[in-house]
Write a protein that binds this ligand. Structure first.
Ligand code: GLV
Ligand code: MN
Ligand code: MN
Length: 396
């Protein structure tokens, strides 16, 4: 069996296609993600890989007996709401295709090798990105994770139960971590930083998510005089502008989600929730951007007679990938370039515990987290070849 990355992507092209938003909506433990997990399990089984699910719902497909000192590759199958076809799935399908390439040439790994699929990498349903790898490494408390709510008020614990699994097992997984000798995640590049088909990652920006809850007075849009209003949408709008103003010098600040309560055209909201995604070169720069935005938001809330509560929902400091592994892979792949990224990855979470690297596949437009996300088929197959070379090198 020798599948191509694009052939495998085509096989899941209809799963989770979002007819309303465009692109894909595939979220942790929803019907669509469960279908993709089943598809992955079937593909891995066809290849004779032994599939197991760990205590946090991450799936491992083993070539050879599980660990220690295993070479691990893989990525995630979930998406942002209305996301592209490549962010996550490209790494998973390329891993399967790379196994096929190695099998076809008669390679037998000297170290155990596995393909992993991490759960809810985008945080598109439960708000916290890299949930599977954070749980595994203890970067998020298991009780806190179990009580995370999706937009419909369903807790992670209930979603796991509904999927037929047991949420009580969530938590740090030292056994799974101890098996990992190194982790290499292949991913579509998410900017225009790569001008050749394949590169390696050097670093990830510090980044986090903050929820601002503005509270005011719900009232009638026609009968309430402008001077009588305490409208939380007004400071919410100021926060959007504050984010644009504060993110300077390479920092990024984004408001991509605003939820007014109750949310009616002719209703002054009583509450508005606004999610801020902020990223910068290091911890100090990120915190300073967020502090500036918070100060502006508090002032805007006070001016409107509104309250504001701020909750940090996730955070990760700057990641510098293992330089020895990075340089080694760059050399093995013929001197491909190393580039930084502003996007978060499970590889970034694992990097604090095990030698970790990433391969990037060129993105001709740089668009990502959108239906237009794209990589040329030839570049995807160059990614598979690079991953196969990488795995062969590491597992020899
Ligand atoms: C995930 O892709 C992120 O960077 O938010
Ligand atoms: Mn993403
Ligand atoms: Mn991703």
């Amino acid at each position: 069996m020798t599948a191509t990355a694009t052939g495998l992507l085509a096989a899941i092209a209809d799963v989770g296609a979002d007819r309303t938003r465009g692109g894909y909506s595939r979220h942790g433990f929803d019907r669509v993600e469960l279908e993709l997990r089943e598809w992955f399990t079937a593909e891995a089984s066809k290849r004779g890989l032994a599939v197991e699910t760990d205590r946090n719902g991450n799936i491992w497909a083993w070539w050879g007996n599980p660990g220690p000192d295993a070479v691990i590759t893989g990525s995630h199958l979930d998406s942002v709401p209305g996301g592209g076809a490549f962010d996550g799935p490209l790494g998973v399908v390329s891993s399967l295709a790379a196994v096929d390439v190695l099998r076809a040439k008669g390679f037998t790994p000297r170290r155990p090798l596995a393909v992993v699929v991490f759960v809810e990498e985008e945080g598109g349903r439960f708000g916290v990105p890299c949930l599977g790898s954070r749980l595994m490494t203890g970067a998020i408390d298991a009780d806190k994770a179990r009580s995370l709510l999706d937009p419909d008020g369903v807790s992670l614990a209930d979603a796991i139960k509904r999927s037929g699994a047991d949420p009580s097992t969530l938590g740090p997984d030292e056994e799974a971590l101890a098996r990992i000798g190194c982790f290499v995640e292949l991913h579509v590049e998410q900017g225009r930083g790569l001008t050749v088909p394949v590169g390696v990652a050097s670093s990830i920006l510090a980044h986090g998510r903050w929820r601002f809850t503005f509270t005011g007075e719900g009232n009638h849009a026609g009968a309430t005089l402008m001077e009588d209003r305490r409208d939380p949408m007004v400071p919410a709008a100021s926060l959007v502008l504050a984010a644009r103003k504060a993110a300077v010098g390479g920092a990024r600040a984004t408001v991509g989600r605003v939820v007014p309560v109750p949310g009616g055209t002719n209703v002054i909201a009583s509450e508005v929730n606004v999610w801020l995604d902020a990223r910068a070169a290091d911890d100090a720069a990120t915190k300073s951007v967020v502090a500036e935005i918070q100060a502006m938001a508090r002032q805007a809330a006070a001016e409107e007679g509104c309250g504001v509560r701020v909750t940090q929902e996730s955070y990760g400091d700057t990641v510098v990938f293992d330089q020895v592994l990075r340089d080694d892979l760059s050399t093995v792949l013929g001197g491909v370039p190393a580039l930084p990224t502003g996007a978060g990855h499970d590889a970034g979470i694992l990097a604090s515990r095990v030698p970790t690297a990433m391969l990037f596949v060129r993105n001709p437009t740089g668009v990502s987290h959108a239906p237009e996300e794209y990589a040329e088929p030839d570049d995807c197959e160059a990614g598979v070849a690079a991953l196969a070379t990488t795995l062969e090198h590491l597992a020899s």
